[in-house]
Design a binder for this molecule. Structure first.
Ligand code: ADP
Ligand code: MG
Length: 291
């Protein structure tokens, strides 16, 4: 592509909120045969709400207070959901100390002299705790597309929780448009496998890589490339800058983060996923014009 042609193409794109950072990015998007999508914040709003709290009998009245206090140090959307719910209940939260984020798993902190853990079933299993008595209930919640979590205090599971992160308007249409163009859609997420499958089902996505640790997202992209495919990775930048960089072209969606904007070759100004098939169509039209 000549620089002039790319400028023409990107000028038209810019009016649609699509920024191609280079002619190479435009070409790579046109050539992509797999569009890999992050789930949280990309296919979904990225603003989960606490929908369920199942208490196991210990600390009943105080459970949400302990859990929310422990989450205070976390910037994860899950923590925001729990803190918003605690605030809505009018709870007064004690301070927490020795907070530690456990990437891809959850958090731990000390509240009122007790060590509190909040996170996935895998975290609980790693701690040697048995979630089995709760899985009939949590599996049913995950099948609704909600993310199941557990809280433990001093070696006992005190609660199961679920948060729901609604699918963005436009995501279904966008996935269908990408698939109609003959490209494969793959979801890559750190979320629970059952939850990811339920969300994927609602979007007509059959290829799902779930429970992918933040550090492993780029490896998942590499694996797709090893099969000889040209991969575009679409993400909002939370946890996924390395995957954006590893892909043949990275597409940053929404307000995103500075890291995402730096790493990506294509930037979608709006959070609407329909920007992806629009950008693909633009790349095609532009390169067809040039050739
Ligand atoms: P995602 O791809 O959904 O952004 P993450 O790698 O950020 O995935 O998180 C994976 C999982 O780790 C979450 O689904 C949740 O179970 C758990 N987790 C992460 N952060 C927290 C937290 N602050 N509190 C509880 N659980 C958390
Ligand atoms: Mg995300």
């Amino acid at each position: 592509a000549t620089p002039t042609s790319v400028m023409v193409g990107t000028g038209r794109a810019a009016s649609l909120g699509v920024l191609f950072k280079s002619g190479a990015a435009l070409e790579a998007l046109q050539r992509a045969d797999v569009i890999a999508l992050d789930k949280t914040g990309t296919l979904t709003l990225g603003r989960p709400e606490l929908t369920d709290l199942i208490l196991t009998g210990q600390y009943d009245a105080a459970a949400l207070t302990l859990i929310a206090a422990a989450e205070r140090g976390s910037e994860h959307p899950v923590a925001q959901a729990i803190l918003t719910a605690a605030r809505a209940e009018g709870l007064t939260l004690p301070g927490a100390t020795a907070f530690q984020a456990l990437p891809g798993e959850g958090i731990e902190a000390t509240v009122n002299g007790q060590r509190v853990w909040v996170g996935s079933d895998r975290l609980m299993t790693r701690l040697g705790l048995n979630v089995a008595p709760l899985t009939a209930q949590t599996d049913a919640l995950a099948d609704l597309g909600r993310t199941p979590l557990y809280a433990a205090v001093d070696g006992h599971i005190i609660a199961a929780l679920a948060v729901a992160d609604p699918i963005k308007p436009g995501s279904l249409e966008a996935v269908q448009a990408i698939q109609s163009s003959g490209r494969r859609v793959v979801m890559i997420t750190g979320d629970h496998a059952r939850t990811a499958q339920a969300v994927a089902r609602q979007l007509g996505i059959t290829d799902v890589r779930a429970e992918v640790h933040p550090a492993q997202k780029s490896a998942a992209v590499k694996e797709l490339q090893a099969a000889g495919q040209h991969v575009a990775f679409v993400g909002d930048g939370i946890n996924d800058a390395p995957a954006l960089a590893q892909a043949d072209v990275g597409v940053a969606i929404g307000t995103g983060t500075d890291v995402a904007a730096e790493t990506a070759g294509v930037i979608l100004m709006s959070g609407d996923l329909r920007g992806v098939p629009n950008a693909v169509a633009l790349s095609r039209a532009t390169l067809t014009n040039i050739r």
